[in-house]
Design a protein around this ligand. Structure first.
Ligand SMILES: Nc1nc2c(c(=O)[nH]1)N[C@H]1C(S)=C(S)[C@@H](COP(=O)(O)OP(=O)(O)OC[C@H]3O[C@@H](n4cnc5c(=O)[nH]c(N)nc54)[C@H](O)[C@@H]3O)O[C@H]1N2
Ligand SMILES: Nc1nc2c(c(=O)[nH]1)N[C@H]1C(S)=C(S)[C@@H](COP(=O)(O)OP(=O)(O)OC[C@H]3O[C@@H](n4cnc5c(=O)[nH]c(N)nc54)[C@H](O)[C@@H]3O)O[C@H]1N2
Ligand code: SF4
Ligand SMILES: [Mo]
Length: 742
């Protein structure tokens, strides 16, 4: 207990906004017993940006006498404002975890079947090169697919393109924010990006539809929400569960899950019918208003009531609250939006609602971000692939703006989908596909069809167990990576530099790629010796240098654009009409609804409940469960069960149950029940990422349950191919007591 407290306390000190200059650091340290630096201690601080999630906060890694000490936010950084979240503060645990991968591993055939043996890097690279060269000469370079998540993948992506493949993908599109991005592209001609261009801190009314900010701990966003609340913003939360965000809200709308589109259409109806929309904005910037008005004419709050279970008075009152605060009303677009299969259309409704309120390009709504872009070093042109992922299902998903990881997986699993486009090798960098893609049995089936699976990871994640070759990467605290350039209110760059030498026999991805490239005849694409040289040249493009960035960590460059539209400013949107498209001709032309239309989703069979999932503030997906610092805060997930449901089943708080989905699949591990009023009786909830099956993850193995193995009835968004995962219906397996439902 004590340990846990003192760990959080270091984080809390980070929250105070630590001075970055070493001298100031020391002065503070001397003045305060909470910084136990003794005279003669040697303290180093090295800039980094966090890899524990994809918000990429910039901070400083501190060592004391050569030992890991702490990580704190960089006050100059607009992602963190000098404060790291719980997970980022616990990032040191990724470095100290004794369960880390230590050396390359090769799958070999022995007398007792297959096993891994430790290999040298030379052996690993030679093996990979032999297999990849064979794939290229037999099938073509296109037959390599790369899955990645994380900035460390930069050079592996270059390698994949140079090899002749455009099949580069990530679960952050079709399993995460793809539908939102495509809906905003269709409506405004631009995506909301990451970090989102949401002007939360200036919002006077913030509407969160399932976005559980506060548990979803994207740092700057949480801080902005706290600021907005302090300034008196009205918060409206739509969630079947009383989330942390709901506890800060003026209105909590405990919607029946899967019916949000009906609520959105009813809100649009009220705003249109009561004339509450921003007329001048709608006239100046939008098209399709009349079509929208006609389409939502029957979507009254009374119509939405039996669908959503939300009272018409509440729907009207919240719509008027939004209008009263507009344009500083932000209907948050969400991030993880792959829910029910009509997710792009639901996100379209969110975009349309924002357009009616005039919040796009307005203070307190969506600002216009600025970004830094680096030129690549001169290199030979990439070979032009004869086919890409888009050709795997040429007639499907016409609005997919990015590659669909699940489609590439499915085509690998079922080569008859595209017999002349075989996928024969996977390079998986920093993505535990067994947990990130739904229907893991399909992922495993796909893997059976491969000539080669290479997994690059820092820990023995489940995907490694399926690999032919496992390449152990050193953690983000032990390496350089590409410069962080993500968009924001200002043009900022951040450096990640190593605070430690790589542990064991681990190496950075950049080094791996440099060794592999010549074995594949691709060295011309990597005209540098090491990352220091590469970064220094890259930084010169913006008048900086590695030396400067090592000193300051974060740099704000000139040249940011205006954040908001000026009064009456003309603007051409990047849509076919050049305007914000309330009705979308593009969608109509492709046979889809020009204005979103509600259609009901599947209902749980009797005795079953809808399984919902989300985030814990202490963890990121499946990747941090084994981190010793974060595992100490939370080592397993629990199952939220409404009091009434618990009574029906005779369930007690803390009791262990397994779950069975409607296809009969039973969870591998049991999960503890949390009896609570904070969730609707028709739903259950758990945090994603637990229930690990890999024994080498000693702290994560068998703790809690894995939502992903239970996901069934996956619906694919016909517009862009996202895999919706909330049509999963589960019931309780109570072996221990044999209690039956009453
Ligand atoms: N069932 C279900 N599926 C989901 C989600 C869900 O909520 N439920 N969420 C979806 C969403 S929103 C997203 S964005 C995706 C996330 O999908 P992923 O990012 O693929 O998530 P993880 O399963 O955490 O896998 C990350 C892997 O990267 C490894 N790793 C960590 N640091 C490093 C590093 O520095 N270098 C290398 N080489 N590897 C590293 C970790 O050990 C881990 O194996 O998942 C999606 N899938
Ligand atoms: N701590 C932490 N923070 C994270 C991450 C992490 O792993 N850990 N991951 C980051 C990433 S990549 C992403 S994409 C985001 C994901 O975070 P978000 O985009 O905020 O959330 P979701 O996972 O889509 O939604 C979870 C919430 O939706 C509610 N919900 C479930 N069904 C419905 C429904 O039908 N209607 C409505 N209105 N609500 C519903 C759930 O009760 C839950 O509160 O989080 C980011 N932040
Ligand atoms: S939000 Fe937290 S985990 Fe994510 S990058 Fe920032 S500090 Fe790291
Ligand atoms: Mo995500």
């Amino acid at each position: 207990m004590n340990n846990r407290r003192s760990f959080l306390k270091i984080g809390a000190l980070g929250l105070g906004g630590l001075a970055v200059a070493p001298t100031l650091m020391r002065r503070r340290a001397d003045a305060s017993a909470t910084f136990p630096v003794q005279p003669g201690d040697s303290v180093t601080m090295t800039p980094t940006y966090c890899e524990i999630c994809f918000w990429q906060c910039a901070g400083w890694t501190f060592t004391k006498n050569g030992r890991p000490w702490k990580i704190v936010g960089n006050p100059d950084d607009r992602h963190s404002n000098g404060r790291f979240c719980t997970r980022g503060t616990g990032g040191m645990g990724a470095y100290t975890d004794p369960d880390r991968l230590r050396t390359p591993l090769l799958r070999v055939e022995g007398p007792d079947g297959q096993h891994f043996r430790e290999a040298t890097w030379e052996e690993a690279f030679d093996y990979i090169a032999e297999k990849l060269n064979h794939v290229r000469s037999t099938y073509g370079g296109e037959s390599l697919a790369m899955f990645s998540h994380g900035n460390g993948a930069t050079h592996f992506k270059t390698l994949t393109k140079a090899f002749g493949s455009a099949n580069i993908t990530a679960p952050s599109y079709a399993q995460c924010r793809g539908p939102r991005d495509d809906a905003f592209l269709l409506t405004f001609g631009e995506t909301v990006g990451s970090p989102e261009r949401t002007d939360i801190e200036n919002s006077r009314c913030l509407v969160l539809i399932g976005s559980h900010i506060g548990e979803n701990l994207h740092n700057g966003q949480v801080q902005e929400m706290a600021t907005a609340i302090e300034r008196g913003a009205e918060i409206i939360v739509v969630d079947p569960r009383f989330s942390v965000a709901a506890s800060k809200a003026k209105h909590w709308l405990p919607i029946k899950p899967s019916t949000d589109l009906a609520l959105l259409l009813a809100w649009i109806h009220v705003i249109v019918e009561e004339g509450l929309y921003d007329r001048e904005y709608v006239d100046r910037y939008t098209t399709g208003f009349d079509q929208l008005k006609a389409a939502v004419a029957s979507n009254t709050p009374e119509w939405a009531y039996p669908i959503t279970t939300l009272h018409p008075d509440v729907i009207r009152e919240t719509a008027r609250t939004m209008a009263r605060n507009a344009p500083a009303t932000l209907v948050h677009p969400g991030r993880h939006v792959t829910w029910y299969g009509d997710d792009t259309q639901r996100s379209r409704a969110v975009a349309i609602l924002n357009a009616l309120l005039g919040s796009w390009g307005r203070k307190g709504g969506f600002y216009f971000p600025s970004e830094v872009a680096f030129e690549d070093e001169p290199h030979p042109p990439y070979p032009k692939p004869r086919w890409t992922w888009a050709d795997l299902a040429p007639d499907a998903y016409p609005f997919a703006s990015s590659s669909i990881a699940s489609l590439i997986r499915d085509a690998t699993a079922d080569p008859s989908m595209a017999p002349d486009k075989p996928i024969k090798a996977w390079l998986v960098y920093g993505s535990n596909l067994i947990y990130a893609l739904p229907e893991p049995e399909k992922t495993i089936q796909a893997i059976q069809n491969l000539d080669l699976l290479v997994a690059v990871d820092i820990q023995p994640a489940e995907i490694c167990g399926w690999a032919d070759v496992v390449l152990p990467e050193c953690t983000y605290l032990e390496r350089y990576d590409d410069i962080r350039t993500s968009p924001g209110r200002v043009r900022q760059i951040a450096l990640r530099a190593p605070a430690f030498e790589p542990s064991f026999d681990t190496k950075p991805a950049a080094w791996m790629v440099k060794q592999l490239a010549p074995r594949l005849g691709l060295e011309a694409w990597f005209p540098w010796n090491d990352m220091e040289e590469w970064l220094d040249r890259r930084l010169a493009q913006v008048g900086s240098s590695l030396e400067e960035m090592r000193r300051i960590g974060v740099k704000t460059l000139d040249g940011e654009g205006p954040l908001y539209l000026a009064e009456g400013e003309a603007m051409e949107f990047n849509t076919p009409s050049g305007r914000i498209e309330l009705a979308s001709e593009q969608l109509a032309a492709a046979g889809f609804d020009a204005v979103p239309r509600y259609t009901p989703h599947d209902e749980p069979p009797p005795g079953y409940y809808r399984l919902l999932s989300g985030r814990s503030p202490a963890h990121t997906f499946a990747r941090t469960i084994n981190n010793p610092l974060l595992n100490e805060i939370q080592s397993e997930n629990d199952l939220w069960v409404n009091t009434v449901t618990a009574e029906d089943w005779g369930l007690k708080n803390g009791q262990e149950v397994r779950l069975r989905n409607s296809a009969g699949r039973i969870s591998t591990f049991p999960i503890r029940v949390r009896v609570t009023e904070r969730i609707r009786p028709d739903s259950l909830y758990m945090v994603h990422g637990f229930g690990h099956t890999e024994k080498l993850l000693t702290k994560a193995f068998g703790r809690g349950a894995d939502d992903n193995e239970l996901i069934e009835n996956v619906k694919i968004d016909p517009l862009m191919g996202a895999t919706a995962r909330r049509n999963t219906f589960v019931t309780f397996e109570i072996e221990e007591t044999g209690v039956e439902a009453v």
